[in-house]
Design a protein around this ligand. Structure first.
Ligand code: UD1
Ligand code: UDP
Length: 387
Protein backbone atom coordinates (compact mmCIF):
# COMPACT_ATOMS: atom_id res chain seq x y z
CA UNK A 1 0.00 0.00 0.00
CA UNK A 2 1.14 3.55 -0.66
CA UNK A 3 -0.06 7.03 0.22
CA UNK A 4 0.18 9.67 -2.48
CA UNK A 5 1.83 13.08 -1.85
CA UNK A 6 -1.04 15.47 -2.56
CA UNK A 7 1.09 18.15 -4.32
CA UNK A 8 2.20 15.69 -7.00
CA UNK A 9 0.03 14.72 -9.99
CA UNK A 10 -1.17 11.13 -9.88
CA UNK A 11 0.83 9.13 -12.43
CA UNK A 12 -1.72 7.00 -14.24
CA UNK A 13 -0.44 4.45 -16.72
CA UNK A 14 -3.03 3.80 -19.43
CA UNK A 15 -2.35 0.48 -21.14
CA UNK A 16 -3.98 -0.06 -24.51
CA UNK A 17 -3.39 -2.37 -27.42
CA UNK A 18 -6.39 -2.63 -29.74
CA UNK A 19 -8.67 -0.31 -31.68
CA UNK A 20 -11.55 -0.30 -29.17
CA UNK A 21 -9.23 0.32 -26.22
CA UNK A 22 -7.78 3.34 -28.00
CA UNK A 23 -11.26 4.67 -28.74
CA UNK A 24 -12.53 4.15 -25.21
CA UNK A 25 -9.43 5.31 -23.31
CA UNK A 26 -8.77 8.32 -25.57
CA UNK A 27 -11.17 10.61 -23.68
CA UNK A 28 -9.58 9.54 -20.38
CA UNK A 29 -6.07 10.26 -21.70
CA UNK A 30 -7.14 13.61 -23.16
CA UNK A 31 -8.91 14.70 -19.95
CA UNK A 32 -5.94 13.67 -17.79
CA UNK A 33 -3.56 15.58 -20.05
CA UNK A 34 -5.55 18.83 -19.84
CA UNK A 35 -5.79 19.03 -16.03
CA UNK A 36 -3.06 19.20 -13.40
CA UNK A 37 -4.23 16.37 -11.12
CA UNK A 38 -2.99 13.53 -13.31
CA UNK A 39 0.01 12.71 -15.40
CA UNK A 40 -1.14 10.23 -18.04
CA UNK A 41 1.52 7.75 -19.15
CA UNK A 42 0.08 6.07 -22.23
CA UNK A 43 1.59 2.70 -23.10
CA UNK A 44 0.57 1.04 -26.34
CA UNK A 45 1.30 -2.66 -26.52
CA UNK A 46 0.89 -2.97 -30.28
CA UNK A 47 -1.45 -5.98 -29.95
CA UNK A 48 -2.98 -4.32 -33.02
CA UNK A 49 -0.58 -2.46 -35.31
CA UNK A 50 -2.23 -0.56 -38.20
CA UNK A 51 -5.69 -0.41 -36.60
CA UNK A 52 -4.29 1.01 -33.37
CA UNK A 53 -2.03 3.55 -35.01
CA UNK A 54 -4.81 4.98 -37.18
CA UNK A 55 -6.89 5.56 -34.02
CA UNK A 56 -4.18 7.22 -31.95
CA UNK A 57 -3.39 9.76 -34.65
CA UNK A 58 -7.04 10.74 -34.97
CA UNK A 59 -7.89 10.74 -31.29
CA UNK A 60 -4.98 12.96 -30.31
CA UNK A 61 -3.47 10.66 -27.75
CA UNK A 62 0.22 11.17 -26.91
CA UNK A 63 1.95 7.84 -26.54
CA UNK A 64 4.80 7.71 -24.01
CA UNK A 65 5.89 4.09 -24.52
CA UNK A 66 5.17 1.91 -27.56
CA UNK A 67 5.70 -1.83 -27.41
CA UNK A 68 5.54 -3.90 -30.56
CA UNK A 69 4.11 -7.28 -29.59
CA UNK A 70 1.95 -8.03 -32.65
CA UNK A 71 2.74 -11.10 -34.76
CA UNK A 72 0.69 -12.18 -37.76
CA UNK A 73 -1.86 -14.87 -36.80
CA UNK A 74 -0.81 -14.52 -33.18
CA UNK A 75 -1.80 -17.25 -30.72
CA UNK A 76 -3.42 -16.12 -27.48
CA UNK A 77 -0.89 -17.89 -25.26
CA UNK A 78 2.13 -16.35 -27.02
CA UNK A 79 0.52 -12.93 -27.08
CA UNK A 80 -0.35 -13.09 -23.38
CA UNK A 81 3.13 -14.24 -22.40
CA UNK A 82 4.83 -11.47 -24.41
CA UNK A 83 2.49 -8.85 -23.00
CA UNK A 84 2.89 -9.79 -19.34
CA UNK A 85 6.68 -9.93 -19.66
CA UNK A 86 7.05 -6.62 -21.54
CA UNK A 87 4.49 -4.76 -19.44
CA UNK A 88 6.19 -6.02 -16.27
CA UNK A 89 9.45 -4.42 -17.45
CA UNK A 90 7.69 -1.13 -18.23
CA UNK A 91 5.99 -1.08 -14.83
CA UNK A 92 9.23 -1.72 -12.97
CA UNK A 93 10.88 1.14 -14.84
CA UNK A 94 7.99 3.61 -14.52
CA UNK A 95 6.39 2.78 -11.12
CA UNK A 96 3.06 4.59 -11.82
CA UNK A 97 0.56 5.23 -9.00
CA UNK A 98 -2.06 3.20 -10.82
CA UNK A 99 -2.67 1.29 -14.03
CA UNK A 100 -5.81 1.86 -16.10
CA UNK A 101 -7.05 -0.93 -18.36
CA UNK A 102 -10.18 -1.03 -20.50
CA UNK A 103 -12.55 -3.81 -21.43
CA UNK A 104 -11.63 -7.42 -21.98
CA UNK A 105 -8.79 -7.78 -24.48
CA UNK A 106 -5.60 -9.74 -23.94
CA UNK A 107 -3.80 -6.42 -23.46
CA UNK A 108 -6.24 -5.47 -20.68
CA UNK A 109 -5.84 -8.80 -18.89
CA UNK A 110 -2.05 -8.75 -19.21
CA UNK A 111 -1.91 -5.12 -18.05
CA UNK A 112 -3.93 -5.93 -14.94
CA UNK A 113 -1.93 -9.06 -14.18
CA UNK A 114 1.44 -7.37 -14.65
CA UNK A 115 0.30 -4.49 -12.40
CA UNK A 116 -0.81 -6.96 -9.73
CA UNK A 117 2.60 -8.66 -9.83
CA UNK A 118 4.18 -5.23 -9.23
CA UNK A 119 1.64 -4.44 -6.48
CA UNK A 120 0.24 -1.45 -8.37
CA UNK A 121 -3.53 -0.83 -8.09
CA UNK A 122 -5.66 -1.26 -11.21
CA UNK A 123 -8.61 0.78 -12.44
CA UNK A 124 -10.88 -1.15 -14.81
CA UNK A 125 -12.85 0.94 -17.29
CA UNK A 126 -15.94 -0.83 -18.73
CA UNK A 127 -16.12 -3.30 -15.86
CA UNK A 128 -18.84 -5.84 -15.14
CA UNK A 129 -19.93 -6.85 -18.65
CA UNK A 130 -20.93 -10.51 -18.68
CA UNK A 131 -22.61 -13.00 -21.00
CA UNK A 132 -22.47 -15.70 -18.33
CA UNK A 133 -20.87 -18.08 -20.86
CA UNK A 134 -17.17 -18.43 -20.10
CA UNK A 135 -16.06 -19.14 -23.68
CA UNK A 136 -18.40 -16.75 -25.51
CA UNK A 137 -17.13 -14.30 -26.52
CA UNK A 138 -13.81 -16.12 -26.59
CA UNK A 139 -11.60 -15.31 -24.76
CA UNK A 140 -13.08 -11.98 -23.64
CA UNK A 141 -15.59 -13.31 -21.08
CA UNK A 142 -12.81 -15.02 -19.14
CA UNK A 143 -10.54 -11.99 -19.51
CA UNK A 144 -13.04 -9.60 -17.95
CA UNK A 145 -13.92 -12.01 -15.13
CA UNK A 146 -10.22 -12.28 -14.27
CA UNK A 147 -9.68 -8.51 -14.40
CA UNK A 148 -12.55 -8.13 -11.92
CA UNK A 149 -10.62 -10.28 -9.44
CA UNK A 150 -7.63 -7.92 -9.73
CA UNK A 151 -9.03 -4.38 -10.02
CA UNK A 152 -9.20 -1.82 -7.21
CA UNK A 153 -11.65 0.49 -9.06
CA UNK A 154 -14.44 -1.00 -11.18
CA UNK A 155 -15.96 1.61 -13.52
CA UNK A 156 -19.16 -0.02 -14.74
CA UNK A 157 -20.93 1.51 -17.75
CA UNK A 158 -24.47 0.59 -16.62
CA UNK A 159 -26.30 -0.36 -13.42
CA UNK A 160 -26.65 -3.96 -14.68
CA UNK A 161 -22.87 -4.24 -15.14
CA UNK A 162 -22.35 -2.85 -11.63
CA UNK A 163 -24.77 -5.47 -10.26
CA UNK A 164 -22.83 -8.30 -11.89
CA UNK A 165 -19.78 -7.20 -9.93
CA UNK A 166 -21.46 -6.88 -6.55
CA UNK A 167 -23.21 -10.22 -7.16
CA UNK A 168 -19.74 -11.74 -7.62
CA UNK A 169 -18.61 -10.33 -4.29
CA UNK A 170 -16.82 -7.14 -5.32
CA UNK A 171 -17.30 -4.61 -2.52
CA UNK A 172 -19.94 -2.00 -3.35
CA UNK A 173 -17.61 0.87 -2.44
CA UNK A 174 -15.26 -0.21 -5.24
CA UNK A 175 -17.92 -0.20 -7.98
CA UNK A 176 -18.92 3.03 -9.74
CA UNK A 177 -21.58 3.38 -12.44
CA UNK A 178 -20.24 5.92 -14.89
CA UNK A 179 -21.67 5.30 -18.38
CA UNK A 180 -19.41 4.14 -21.18
CA UNK A 181 -16.52 6.31 -22.34
CA UNK A 182 -17.31 5.28 -25.93
CA UNK A 183 -20.19 7.77 -25.84
CA UNK A 184 -17.89 10.54 -24.56
CA UNK A 185 -15.63 9.91 -27.52
CA UNK A 186 -18.39 9.58 -30.09
CA UNK A 187 -19.87 12.93 -29.05
CA UNK A 188 -16.42 14.54 -29.21
CA UNK A 189 -15.76 13.11 -32.67
CA UNK A 190 -19.16 14.13 -34.05
CA UNK A 191 -18.62 17.65 -32.72
CA UNK A 192 -15.33 17.71 -34.69
CA UNK A 193 -17.51 16.89 -37.71
CA UNK A 194 -14.71 16.23 -40.16
CA UNK A 195 -15.27 12.60 -41.17
CA UNK A 196 -16.61 11.42 -44.52
CA UNK A 197 -19.04 8.58 -45.09
CA UNK A 198 -17.97 5.51 -47.08
CA UNK A 199 -21.40 5.13 -48.72
CA UNK A 200 -21.40 6.11 -52.37
CA UNK A 201 -24.87 5.43 -53.82
CA UNK A 202 -28.43 6.42 -53.00
CA UNK A 203 -29.59 2.90 -52.03
CA UNK A 204 -30.58 1.70 -48.57
CA UNK A 205 -27.35 1.77 -46.60
CA UNK A 206 -26.19 -1.18 -44.52
CA UNK A 207 -23.01 -0.96 -42.44
CA UNK A 208 -21.47 -4.31 -41.50
CA UNK A 209 -18.56 -5.20 -39.19
CA UNK A 210 -17.47 -8.77 -38.40
CA UNK A 211 -14.41 -10.00 -36.54
CA UNK A 212 -15.12 -12.22 -33.50
CA UNK A 213 -12.89 -15.24 -33.05
CA UNK A 214 -15.83 -17.52 -32.24
CA UNK A 215 -17.42 -16.61 -35.59
CA UNK A 216 -14.33 -17.10 -37.76
CA UNK A 217 -14.21 -19.97 -40.28
CA UNK A 218 -17.32 -21.55 -41.77
CA UNK A 219 -19.73 -19.53 -39.64
CA UNK A 220 -18.29 -16.26 -40.95
CA UNK A 221 -18.37 -17.58 -44.52
CA UNK A 222 -22.09 -18.26 -44.01
CA UNK A 223 -22.55 -14.68 -42.80
CA UNK A 224 -20.78 -13.51 -45.94
CA UNK A 225 -23.18 -15.53 -48.09
CA UNK A 226 -26.12 -13.93 -46.23
CA UNK A 227 -24.76 -10.52 -47.25
CA UNK A 228 -24.67 -11.54 -50.92
CA UNK A 229 -28.36 -12.53 -50.64
CA UNK A 230 -29.17 -9.12 -49.18
CA UNK A 231 -27.19 -7.38 -51.92
CA UNK A 232 -29.23 -9.32 -54.49
CA UNK A 233 -32.27 -7.21 -53.50
CA UNK A 234 -30.71 -4.60 -55.79
CA UNK A 235 -31.77 -1.61 -53.67
CA UNK A 236 -29.08 -1.75 -50.98
CA UNK A 237 -25.47 -0.65 -50.61
CA UNK A 238 -23.50 -2.69 -48.10
CA UNK A 239 -20.28 -1.20 -46.72
CA UNK A 240 -18.02 -3.57 -44.82
CA UNK A 241 -14.75 -2.20 -43.42
CA UNK A 242 -12.64 -5.37 -43.27
CA UNK A 243 -10.85 -6.04 -39.99
CA UNK A 244 -7.10 -6.54 -40.52
CA UNK A 245 -7.21 -10.05 -39.04
CA UNK A 246 -6.11 -12.57 -41.70
CA UNK A 247 -8.67 -15.05 -40.33
CA UNK A 248 -11.48 -12.56 -41.05
CA UNK A 249 -10.14 -11.86 -44.54
CA UNK A 250 -9.74 -15.59 -45.28
CA UNK A 251 -13.43 -16.08 -44.46
CA UNK A 252 -14.97 -13.04 -46.12
CA UNK A 253 -12.87 -12.14 -49.17
CA UNK A 254 -13.66 -15.30 -51.20
CA UNK A 255 -17.40 -14.77 -50.59
CA UNK A 256 -17.63 -11.02 -51.08
CA UNK A 257 -14.75 -9.61 -53.15
CA UNK A 258 -16.04 -7.91 -56.30
CA UNK A 259 -19.67 -8.62 -55.47
CA UNK A 260 -22.23 -6.08 -56.78
CA UNK A 261 -23.72 -3.89 -54.05
CA UNK A 262 -21.00 -4.73 -51.51
CA UNK A 263 -18.06 -2.39 -50.87
CA UNK A 264 -15.22 -3.98 -48.96
CA UNK A 265 -13.04 -1.20 -47.59
CA UNK A 266 -9.99 -1.06 -45.34
CA UNK A 267 -10.65 -0.26 -41.63
CA UNK A 268 -12.01 3.27 -41.45
CA UNK A 269 -10.47 5.92 -39.24
CA UNK A 270 -12.78 6.78 -36.37
CA UNK A 271 -13.93 10.09 -37.84
CA UNK A 272 -14.92 8.39 -41.09
CA UNK A 273 -16.46 5.43 -39.29
CA UNK A 274 -18.62 7.76 -37.18
CA UNK A 275 -19.71 9.64 -40.32
CA UNK A 276 -20.51 6.33 -42.06
CA UNK A 277 -22.51 5.13 -39.07
CA UNK A 278 -24.36 8.43 -38.93
CA UNK A 279 -25.36 8.02 -42.58
CA UNK A 280 -26.39 4.37 -42.60
CA UNK A 281 -29.90 2.95 -42.31
CA UNK A 282 -29.07 -0.34 -40.66
CA UNK A 283 -26.15 -1.92 -38.79
CA UNK A 284 -25.18 -5.59 -38.86
CA UNK A 285 -22.36 -6.29 -36.42
CA UNK A 286 -20.64 -8.64 -34.02
CA UNK A 287 -18.67 -5.73 -32.51
CA UNK A 288 -19.05 -4.63 -28.92
CA UNK A 289 -18.34 -0.95 -29.50
CA UNK A 290 -20.57 -0.69 -32.55
CA UNK A 291 -23.47 -2.14 -30.50
CA UNK A 292 -23.02 0.80 -28.14
CA UNK A 293 -22.61 3.49 -30.78
CA UNK A 294 -25.50 2.51 -33.08
CA UNK A 295 -28.29 3.30 -30.57
CA UNK A 296 -26.63 6.63 -29.79
CA UNK A 297 -27.15 7.60 -33.42
CA UNK A 298 -30.64 6.03 -33.63
CA UNK A 299 -29.49 3.23 -35.94
CA UNK A 300 -31.15 -0.18 -35.51
CA UNK A 301 -28.46 -2.82 -34.86
CA UNK A 302 -28.77 -6.52 -35.66
CA UNK A 303 -26.21 -8.29 -33.49
CA UNK A 304 -24.75 -11.28 -35.31
CA UNK A 305 -23.86 -13.29 -32.24
CA UNK A 306 -25.42 -15.91 -30.01
CA UNK A 307 -24.72 -14.00 -26.79
CA UNK A 308 -24.24 -10.38 -25.86
CA UNK A 309 -22.70 -8.75 -22.82
CA UNK A 310 -24.63 -5.61 -23.76
CA UNK A 311 -28.25 -6.70 -23.19
CA UNK A 312 -29.24 -3.12 -22.34
CA UNK A 313 -29.59 -2.22 -26.03
CA UNK A 314 -31.63 -5.35 -26.71
CA UNK A 315 -33.86 -4.69 -23.68
CA UNK A 316 -34.35 -1.07 -24.75
CA UNK A 317 -35.43 -2.31 -28.19
CA UNK A 318 -32.55 -0.61 -30.03
CA UNK A 319 -30.73 -3.84 -30.94
CA UNK A 320 -31.72 -7.42 -31.68
CA UNK A 321 -29.62 -10.49 -30.96
CA UNK A 322 -30.27 -12.57 -34.07
CA UNK A 323 -27.52 -15.20 -33.98
CA UNK A 324 -25.23 -16.18 -36.83
CA UNK A 325 -27.52 -18.29 -39.01
CA UNK A 326 -27.62 -16.87 -42.59
CA UNK A 327 -31.38 -17.38 -42.85
CA UNK A 328 -31.98 -15.34 -39.72
CA UNK A 329 -29.66 -12.56 -40.94
CA UNK A 330 -31.48 -12.27 -44.27
CA UNK A 331 -34.95 -12.45 -42.69
CA UNK A 332 -34.28 -9.82 -40.03
CA UNK A 333 -32.46 -7.41 -42.35
CA UNK A 334 -35.26 -7.64 -44.92
CA UNK A 335 -37.83 -7.10 -42.22
CA UNK A 336 -36.22 -3.91 -40.99
CA UNK A 337 -35.67 -2.61 -44.51
CA UNK A 338 -39.27 -3.30 -45.53
CA UNK A 339 -41.31 -2.62 -42.38
CA UNK A 340 -41.23 1.09 -41.44
CA UNK A 341 -43.11 0.53 -38.18
CA UNK A 342 -40.60 -2.05 -36.95
CA UNK A 343 -37.77 0.19 -38.15
CA UNK A 344 -39.03 3.29 -36.36
CA UNK A 345 -39.55 1.36 -33.11
CA UNK A 346 -35.91 0.26 -33.07
CA UNK A 347 -34.48 3.55 -34.29
CA UNK A 348 -36.33 5.49 -31.62
CA UNK A 349 -35.47 3.23 -28.68
CA UNK A 350 -32.67 5.43 -27.31
CA UNK A 351 -29.19 4.87 -25.94
CA UNK A 352 -28.70 3.11 -22.60
CA UNK A 353 -24.90 3.39 -22.52
CA UNK A 354 -24.24 6.83 -21.11
CA UNK A 355 -24.55 10.58 -21.33
CA UNK A 356 -21.03 11.55 -22.40
CA UNK A 357 -19.87 12.20 -18.81
CA UNK A 358 -18.25 8.84 -18.03
CA UNK A 359 -14.71 10.19 -18.21
CA UNK A 360 -15.49 13.05 -15.84
CA UNK A 361 -16.94 10.60 -13.29
CA UNK A 362 -13.93 8.29 -13.55
CA UNK A 363 -11.42 11.09 -13.06
CA UNK A 364 -13.39 12.60 -10.17
CA UNK A 365 -13.44 9.27 -8.34
CA UNK A 366 -9.75 8.59 -8.84
CA UNK A 367 -8.84 12.15 -7.79
CA UNK A 368 -10.94 11.83 -4.65
CA UNK A 369 -9.35 8.53 -3.64
CA UNK A 370 -5.81 9.71 -4.23
CA UNK A 371 -6.49 12.99 -2.39
CA UNK A 372 -7.92 11.19 0.65
CA UNK A 373 -5.52 10.69 3.47
CA UNK A 374 -5.79 6.90 3.31
CA UNK A 375 -3.49 4.47 1.59
CA UNK A 376 -4.50 3.37 -1.89
CA UNK A 377 -4.22 -0.39 -1.65
CA UNK A 378 -4.61 -3.07 -4.25
CA UNK A 379 -8.20 -3.74 -3.18
CA UNK A 380 -10.47 -2.09 -0.60
CA UNK A 381 -12.52 -4.85 0.96
CA UNK A 382 -14.72 -7.85 0.18
CA UNK A 383 -13.97 -11.54 -0.19
CA UNK A 384 -11.07 -10.94 -2.57
CA UNK A 385 -9.38 -8.19 -0.55
CA UNK A 386 -5.64 -8.22 0.01
CA UNK A 387 -4.09 -8.22 3.45
C1 UD1 B 1 -8.95 -8.25 -30.42
C2 UD1 B 1 -9.60 -8.53 -29.07
C3 UD1 B 1 -11.11 -8.40 -29.18
C4 UD1 B 1 -11.51 -7.08 -29.80
C5 UD1 B 1 -10.77 -6.87 -31.10
C6 UD1 B 1 -11.05 -5.50 -31.62
C7 UD1 B 1 -8.41 -10.18 -27.72
C8 UD1 B 1 -8.29 -11.60 -27.35
N1 UD1 B 1 -9.32 -9.89 -28.67
O1 UD1 B 1 -9.38 -9.27 -31.31
O2 UD1 B 1 -11.69 -8.49 -27.89
O3 UD1 B 1 -12.90 -7.11 -30.03
O4 UD1 B 1 -9.36 -6.99 -30.89
O5 UD1 B 1 -10.81 -5.40 -32.99
O6 UD1 B 1 -7.72 -9.36 -27.18
N2 UD1 B 1 -3.95 -7.71 -37.03
C9 UD1 B 1 -3.21 -7.04 -37.97
N3 UD1 B 1 -3.22 -5.66 -37.94
C10 UD1 B 1 -3.93 -4.94 -37.03
C11 UD1 B 1 -4.69 -5.65 -36.09
C12 UD1 B 1 -4.69 -7.03 -36.11
O7 UD1 B 1 -2.54 -7.62 -38.80
O8 UD1 B 1 -3.90 -3.72 -37.05
C13 UD1 B 1 -3.93 -9.19 -37.02
C14 UD1 B 1 -3.02 -9.73 -35.90
O9 UD1 B 1 -1.73 -9.97 -36.33
C15 UD1 B 1 -3.70 -11.03 -35.53
C16 UD1 B 1 -5.15 -10.85 -35.97
O10 UD1 B 1 -5.21 -9.65 -36.73
O11 UD1 B 1 -3.14 -12.11 -36.17
C17 UD1 B 1 -6.09 -10.78 -34.82
O12 UD1 B 1 -5.67 -9.78 -33.87
P1 UD1 B 1 -5.84 -10.05 -32.29
O13 UD1 B 1 -5.48 -8.80 -31.57
O14 UD1 B 1 -5.12 -11.28 -31.91
O15 UD1 B 1 -7.36 -10.36 -32.13
P2 UD1 B 1 -8.65 -9.62 -32.66
O16 UD1 B 1 -9.48 -10.65 -33.34
O17 UD1 B 1 -8.28 -8.40 -33.40
N1 UDP C 1 -14.44 1.21 -35.87
C1 UDP C 1 -13.68 2.10 -36.62
N2 UDP C 1 -13.44 1.80 -37.93
C2 UDP C 1 -13.89 0.66 -38.51
C3 UDP C 1 -14.65 -0.24 -37.75
C4 UDP C 1 -14.90 0.06 -36.42
O1 UDP C 1 -13.27 3.13 -36.11
O2 UDP C 1 -13.63 0.46 -39.70
C5 UDP C 1 -14.68 1.50 -34.44
C6 UDP C 1 -16.11 1.51 -34.02
O3 UDP C 1 -16.65 2.80 -34.11
C7 UDP C 1 -16.04 1.04 -32.58
C8 UDP C 1 -14.78 0.23 -32.52
O4 UDP C 1 -14.07 0.46 -33.71
O5 UDP C 1 -15.90 2.11 -31.67
C9 UDP C 1 -15.09 -1.22 -32.37
O6 UDP C 1 -13.95 -1.98 -32.56
P1 UDP C 1 -14.03 -3.52 -32.84
O7 UDP C 1 -15.32 -3.87 -33.49
O8 UDP C 1 -12.76 -3.85 -33.57
O9 UDP C 1 -13.91 -4.15 -31.38
P2 UDP C 1 -14.97 -4.47 -30.22
O10 UDP C 1 -15.71 -3.25 -29.90
O11 UDP C 1 -15.84 -5.58 -30.72
O12 UDP C 1 -14.11 -4.96 -29.11
Amino acid sequence: MSTHPSAEPVRAMLVLGTRPEAIKLAPVARAMATGSQFEPVVVTTGQHREMLQQMLDLLRVDVRIALDVMRSRQQLSDLTARLVRELGEVLRAQRPDLVVVQGDTTTALAGALAAFYEKIPVAHVEAGLRTGVLDNPFPEELNRCLISRIARWHFAPTPAAARHLTDEGVAEEQVFTTGNTVIDNLLWVLAEGTGSSAFRTGGRRILVTLHRRENQGERMRGMGRALTRLAARGDVEIVLPLHKSPAVRDALLPELDGHDGISLVEPLGYLDFAATLAECDLVLTDSGGVQEEAPSLSKPALVLRTTTERPEAVEAGAARLIGTDPESIVTWANRLLDDPVEYRAMAGAGNPFGDGMATARILAQLAEDFAADVPVGLTASGPYSTA
